[in-house]
Write a protein that binds this ligand. Structure first.
Ligand code: GLA
Length: 700
């Protein structure tokens, strides 16, 4: 073990070799003991350099590392274009390791920290400092981790607006795979996430390694393989040309890379990532209030009478937080004007928002408000007064997105303006929740003549942090046209993610499946939409809409003034069922169940003491055989006896059958072992329908 440091925790081992450029030699399931010297030696094949360049935390081109170097940059005259950083100090504290490195030739210094959380998540961060007397233009600072040589299947998350977090899996034998985002926000299409595993890893079985960059700007993640078979993962911020130039003594700090491994398939990855977020001191601990969001109910059509009537209905069905979406501020009658003018529109709200807020409060609900602070419409008082506040290269015509432009938040006057207006709004209104939206990409983002995505991202964080400390009781939701900004950087300062603008329950199954790899249910906004989805035009019954939304931070996004008495009654019941189980959803272990039928999706949550579980089974489409195979429910206590019951939300019928399994009416008592091994027989279900299965220990 000479120069190795072995960090162990959360079922994970990380072995760092400090001899030479610091390198993680092993990252995987716990080894149980310090590994002997030689365990991670790699044969040196003919046809390569005389010495293998290690997959260092910051791999070095100067040693012949064949992939991208961890640190790239140069002086302005092109010198010092590669570095050779050597350890000059290190500190181990329980499960953390800090490394200080120096290259006295190139006059560069670096630090790297590795923290192994009790959840098993390894978080890493690097910093480079210019120790020389000339500026240093940084091109890249990315950290690398080794991957098992058996990891030959890759999984990424992507998609588009209203269909984000889609999982893509394929074999990975050779070459590299890069996930690169240049949109200036986390994006719908290239989430800073990548996972690899042994071929065919499933929800509950197989080894998996996953990494996520906690950053809301540009990012690059890559899995690569050297010709000698070593596989590795590399991730960091994607820096634009000239974006970071370090003056003498100047430093750049990378975003954090979060990495988790599992030998129990994707469920092990979920367990680690969710456990990590839940361990944060800022993680919401109160029951997640059921909310109603007004967007799909009224869009920009605001008036006190209608919204008060909607609040009445909301309170009647059990909503606890009423969120007024876009359309309340100066000049905002459509999405083409008003952004930037953050005061209440006196045409639509002649007496301000006070009357609505007091109606909402009188009905026992909290009030929430939508904002999109980073943006400005050319048709706004703000833009007319300060066109120079736009984040663009003013020598060119800027590119519009949703008829809006981005403000340059790295300008102190811009951030100050936004802070003042938002602070005033929160100080003068009883607002418990802010939906913070961000509806377009950054394009040609130029701050003081230079690429400015990095500074913009930090400035957004700074503004949110400042507002949070001024208003610590206000919860913030991260929204970017749905799930376009869902990452652990923004989640450090927010309490919920608006997962998608798509409330179509069928599409939501896939969207929430992907989002749920990183996000526990209590952070994932999931709304029961109206019967007809606004984004897909499809119609679904309440059983599907409510069952799918129940496994998140529940909301309603439906014009309840159009709902029938029967629909309202069913909605109330669905909300009541959610409330009954929301502590379980917040504290329990979220799992996805392996069911061989591609037309069936099943997921659930299991109490930490395994005394209870709640599962959803969704018949997505028609199956080849009916009934489908029994649903095996692993993860409960094998020797405990459980009462198993079927719960139907809404009133939709089951599929046509002469006979369904009797337990669906009477319930059944089964041991955890039986539930895992034999599973529960399922009734014949209609396509696009869903049921809940509740499992509770008899003595609980
Ligand atoms: C974005 C959000 C929606 C809604 C609208 C309002 O699209 O994702 O939920 O808030 O903006 O303009």
């Amino acid at each position: 073990m000479s120069d190795d440091v072995h960090l162990s925790g959360g079922g994970t081992s990380v072995v760092v070799d400090l001899d030479g450029p610091p390198a993680v030699r092993y990252w995987g399931p716990a080894l149980g003991a310090d590994p002997p010297e030689g365990l991670f030696e790699h044969a040196l094949p003919v046809g390569d350099l005389d010495q293998l360049a290690p997959v260092a935390l910051l791999p070095e081109a100067s040693l012949g590392f064949p992939g991208p170097p961890g640190l790239a940059g140069s002086r302005l005259d092109g010198t010092d274009w590669t570095a050779r950083l050597r350890l000059h100090a290190h500190r181990v504290e329980e499960t953390s390791l800090s490394l200080a490195l120096v290259d006295p030739v190139a006059d560069l210094e670096a630090t790297i920290t590795l923290d192994l959380d009790p959840s098993g998540v390894l978080s890493l961060r690097a910093q480079v400092t210019n120790g020389g007397s000339e500026p240093y233009a940084l091109a890249n600072l990315s950290m690398s981790l080794p991957l098992s040589e058996h990891a030959d299947e890759v999984l990424t998350l992507g998609g588009r607006w209203a269909n984000e977090f889609r999982v893509d899996r394929h074999p990975w034998r050779q070459g590299c795979l890069v996930v690169e985002n240049r949109r200036g926000r986390t994006s719908h299409d290239h989430l800073p996430f990548i996972a690899v595993g042994g071929t065919g890893f499933s929800e509950d079985a197989g080894q998996v390694w996953a990494a996520h960059l906690g950053w809301s700007g540009n990012a690059t993640l890559r899995v690569d393989r050297t010709s000698d078979g070593r596989r590795f993962l590399q991730a960091g911020e994607l820096l634009l040309p000239g974006e970071v130039v370090l003056e003498p003594g100047g430093a750049y700090r990378s975003p954090r890379l979060y990495a988790a491994c599992s030998d129990t398939g994707l469920n092990g990855i979920r367990r680690s990532f969710h456990g990590f977020l839940r361990g944060r001191p800022s993680h919401p601990t109160t029951p997640r209030p059921v909310l109603l969001n007004t967007w799909e109910a009224v869009y920009f059509d605001h008036d006190l009478e209608t919204l008060t009537a909607l609040a009445d209905r909301a309170a009647e069905v059990g909503v606890e937080r009423f969120v007024l979406d876009d359309g309340w501020f100066h000049g905002r009658r459509s999405d083409s004007a008003g952004l930037g003018d953050w005061w209440v529109d006196d045409q639509v709200w002649p007496d301000g928002l006070g009357p609505l807020i007091s109606q909402v409060r009188q009905r026992g609900m909290e009030f929430g408000l939508w904002v999109e602070p980073e943006m400005v419409n050319p048709d706004s008082d703000l833009y007319r007064a300060h066109p120079e506040w736009v984040l663009s290269d003013h020598r060119y015509e800027p590119v519009l997105g949703r008829r809006q432009l981005v403000l340059d938040l790295a300008r102190p006057d811009v951030s100050e303006y936004l802070f003042e207006h938002l602070d005033r709004l929160l100080a003068t209104h009883e607002v418990a929740f802010v939906k913070w939206d961000m509806n377009r990409d950054l394009v040609h983002a130029t701050h003081e003549g230079r690429a400015g995505v990095h500074r913009q991202t930090l400035a957004v964080y700074g503004l949110i942090d400042r507002l949070r400390s001024a208003h610590p009781g206000v919860e913030i939701e991260s929204c970017a046209s749905g799930g376009g900004r869902a990452d652990y950087g923004i989640l450090k300062r927010t309490d919920r993610v608006w997962t998608s603008d798509c409330n179509d329950a069928l599409d939501r199954v896939g969207i929430q499946y992907g989002a749920g790899i990183l996000l526990p249910p209590e952070l994932m906004g999931a709304h029961i939409g109206g019967p007809r989805s606004h984004t897909t035009g499809r119609t679904h019954r309440l059983d599907l809409r409510a069952t799918v939304a129940l496994f998140g931070h529940l909301g309603v996004e439906w014009n309840l003034l159009d709902a029938s008495a029967e629909e309202l009654e069913d909605l109330s019941r669905a909300i009541a069922v959610h409330k009954q189980h929301r502590a379980l959803l917040r504290d329990g272990r979220a799992v996805v169940l392996d069911h061989g039928d591609p037309a069936v999706s099943a997921n659930g949550v299991i109490a930490p003491d395994r005394s209870e579980g709640l599962f959803a089974v969704v018949q997505l489409a028609s199956s080849d055989a009916l009934p489908v195979a029994p649903l095996q429910l692993p993860g409960l206590d094998p020797d405990t006896h459980y009462r198993v019951e079927l719960i139907t939300l809404g009133r939709s019928p089951l599929g046509m059958a002469y006979q369904h399994p009797s337990w669906i009416n009477e319930g059944i008592e089964l041991t955890g072992r039986m539930l895992a091994a034999a599973g529960v027989p399922l009734p014949v279900m209609l396509p696009e329908s869903a049921r809940l299965i509740h499992v509770k220990a008899l003595d609980a």
